[in-house]
Design a protein around this ligand. Structure first.
Ligand SMILES: Cc1cc2nc3c(=O)[nH]c(=O)nc-3n(C[C@H](O)[C@H](O)[C@H](O)COP(=O)(O)O)c2cc1C
Ligand code: SF4
Length: 681
């Protein structure tokens, strides 16, 4: 049993007490979680309810404090008296579970696409820190007062609706943080210059809300102590800002990291667990109100350690609860291995912030978007379900079908579960952690029988006579059809899938055949992604110069890994850009790292042939060149694979095809499709 005593010690914040030290920082799920006019939908009620029920002490939810452009993101509206009734219902749902509810009055800042809302464009100056953003609209003193009066009105509405507090967003480059930062605030009026002046906008806002809502109504502040933009605020500024905000009446300081315009990774896989706690650890030396350390926490043991070492008072985060709404109750009960931890793929953030669509997809949690509106009911009659393939789609289908009471047999042709996870785990331990989670859940679910090294065939299906079959066997590799593609110097990502499945890929060349045979035998009995990662340093199968054909996510991941092992690399992609399918949160950093490592990246180009010298490539301007390489790695992704579906369609009463074999996409789609199929049986 794990001792998480610090995490589960209550703490007082202003007039309220948190029952534990875990909060959900604001998420604006947008999309259909609210209508264009700001009416919260059933999705939002259920989203908040699932998380409150899961035991978190407090949830922040974003609300709009001014009328929004219907074309922009949908947030619950909180600026007119008529909004109180719906907001009240939200508060009631959350309070039912002894969880507190805070409304964060949100403006993101210039980051959003151009929409007709001055609030988004406002700033202390015109300055922006990311190419492609148009200049900010400089706020006049009148604009500042309009902003404050809108927030005051919204705070009173939230208070009347029974919200426990309001949070002012003053970080990530939004209008207020544009004033706080010494990089963006070049004003010469009373809102610019000294720390006191740069804080004035925020201080006036806090004080005006306190005046309207009463001195004991908690006003919380979320800000970025360190901006991570050139010339921006650092810890020394933050040390001076904190006493000013405390004096103004802030009841807690919820510490974000950086701005949306920051060019270093903040919450991707590259950032280690709890890394940013050094910020609150430093600021605790001056703060007297509770400090929240947020960003990049998924492990309850690291959360506990952060508190135990006195580096923060409260742990905040969003994705740990997007991934598993029951995170807190599982941690409290010591069921740590049952926690479905976020793998930091950033899909949720990319959809909501990067692509301005709703929160519908997560790599590990299928119950978002339309799924959240439908309770997962036990099946009226348990059915016999056969599932082919234990990648993300098959695993999601198996656990969901079993949860509904069906009698599930999961067939996996390889010696271990995971499908594409077994390969991804070589590049990141977060995928192995997810596979371990699935392994544990399968072990603990009595109505799932796992059969490894077993392939579903039509004969087996005829013999077993299931009520339903779910096919989740993965896609077929897209082959490179050019002269030389079957050469000794060519390895395909699929060769490694075969290897990890304990199958010997068909290869030419004596060394290749011998090594792949030895590898397949070894991997049949022993699999360690960490060891496989280390083995990438060996001169086989990747020589010292590697040309990668296929610049999507798998190609970029492979290149990034090989740069650590001193290979000279080139990537060739037919589509318009390298990393075309890498989410916005990761793409910038991935390309940056590849560039810094001197990787030659060419897109769009066509690979014309592979020779023993390397790769012959054609550019759009019809010029051709040869890239010298010892190894050519083909990572062109997958296409659909309906072979088994075609064989089974007339012999089973109910058949679903899910994941990459139906429509090759990313893990969130596969996880959701598996869930949906199991929900329909
Ligand atoms: C889908 C999504 C929506 C978010 N919306 C907001 C928001 O409205 N306001 C805010 O302050 N932070 C927002 N965030 C940031 C989170 O509150 C959190 O600070 C961030 O995700 C880093 O913490 P994590 O690593 O625990 O996810 C959002 C994050 C996600 C993933
Ligand atoms: S989508 Fe990815 S980053 Fe977001 S919660 Fe799910 S696993 Fe984590």
């Amino acid at each position: 049993m794990y001792q998480l005593t610090h995490l589960f010690t209550p703490i007082k914040v202003g007039r309220f007490t948190l029952k534990n030290r875990l909060i959900m920082t604001s998420t604006a799920p947008s999309g259909d979680y609210a209508t264009a006019s700001g009416k919260p939908s059933q999705w939002l009620f259920n989203y908040l309810e699932e998380r409150a029920k899961g035991g978190v002490a407090l949830i922040c939810t974003s609300v709009s404090f001014y009328p929004r452009d219907p074309e922009s993101e949908h947030y619950p509206a909180a600026y007119l008296e008529e909004h109180i009734a719906d907001l009240q219902k939200l508060a009631e749902v959350v309070h039912r579970y002894d969880t507190l509810l805070v409304g964060q009055m949100i403006t993101i800042g210039q980051w959003r696409r151009n929409i007709a809302e001055p609030e988004h464009k406002w700033g202390a100056s015109e300055m922006v820190f990311h190419k492609g953003l148009s200049p900010r609209q400089v706020m006049s003193e009148k604009d500042i007062q309009i902003f404050i009066s809108q927030q005051v009105k919204s705070a009173t509405i939230l208070q009347k609706a029974g919200f426990d507090a309001v949070e002012i967003l003053a970080g990530i480059g939004n209008p207020i943080s544009h004033f706080l930062s010494k990089a963006s605030n070049n004003r010469t009026d009373k809102y610019g210059g000294s720390i006191e002046n740069r804080c004035r906008f925020l201080v006036e806002d806090i004080q005006a809300i306190k005046k309207a809502c009463g001195d004991d109504f908690p006003v919380l502040v979320r800000f970025s102590p360190v901006d991570y933009i050139p010339g921006g605020n650092d810890l020394s500024d933050a040390r001076e800002i904190i006493p000013v905000l405390e004096k103004a009446g802030a009841s807690w300081l919820n510490c974000q990291v950086g701005w949306h315009e920051t060019s270093i990774p903040l919450i991707t896989k590259d950032v280690s667990e709890g890394y940013w706690s050094f910020i609150t650890a430093e600021l605790k030396k001056v703060a007297t109100v509770p400090l929240i350390s947020a960003y990049r926490y998924t492990d309850p043991l690291i959360m506990e350690k952060t508190l135990a070492e006195g580096k923060a008072d409260i742990i905040g985060g969003a994705r740990y609860l997007i991934a598993d709404p029951e995170f807190v109750s599982k941690a409290r009960e010591g069921r740590i291995e049952d926690i479905r931890r976020c793998i930091c793929c950033c899909r949720c953030l990319d959809d909501v912030v990067g692509r301005s669509i709703g929160l519908e997809y997560c790599s590990v949690n299928p119950r978002l978007g339309p799924e959240i509106a439908i309770p997962l009911e036990p099946a009226p009659k348990p059915k016999k379900v056969m599932i082919a393939g234990s990648g993300p789609a098959g695993l999601s289908a198996a656990l969901t079908a079993a949860k509904r009471g069906h009698d599930v047999t999961l067939y996996e042709r390889s010696p271990r579960i995971g499908g594409c996870l077994t390969m991804s785990a070589v590049f990141s331990p977060l995928y192995q952690q997810l596979t371990d989670y699935y392994q544990n859940q399968l072990r603990k679910t009595p109505n799932i029988k796992l059969l490894l090294n077993t392939t579903i065939t039509s004969e087996l299906v005829k013999k077993e006579k299931p009520d339903a079959v779910i096919i989740a066997v993965g896609g077929l590799p897209i082959e490179l059809n050019v002269p030389g593609a079957d050469g000794d110097n060519v390895v395909r990502s699929h060769d490694f899938f075969e290897l990890l499945s304990g199958t010997i890929p068909k290869k030419s060349g004596f060394i290749n055949r011998a090594m792949f045979t030895a590898g397949a035998i070894f991997l049949k009995f022993f699999y360690s992604p960490g060891l496989l990662n280390k083995m990438m340093a060996f001169p086989w199968p990747f020589g010292s110069r590697v040309a990668i054909v296929g610049g999507g996510l798998p190609g970029c991941d492979l290149a990034l890994e090989l740069t650590k092992h001193n290979r000279k690399l080139a990537i060739f992609e037919e589509k318009r850009k390298i990393g075309f399918d890498v989410g916005p949160s990761d793409r910038f950093h991935t390309l940056n790292k590849l560039k810094k490592a001197g990787v030659q990246m060419e897109a769009p180009v066509k690979v014309l042939a592979i020779t023993d010298k390397g790769v012959k490539v054609g550019r759009a301007d019809r010029t051709e060149f040869t890239c010298e390489a010892d190894t050519v790695a083909v990572t062109m992704g997958f296409e659909k694979n309906m072979k088994l579906a075609d064989e089974l369609q007339d012999i089973v009463p109910v058949l679903f095809v899910v994941g990459d074999c139906a429509d090759p996409k990313r893990m969130p789609e596969a996880t959701k499709q598996g869930y949906r199929a199991a929900q329909l049986i």
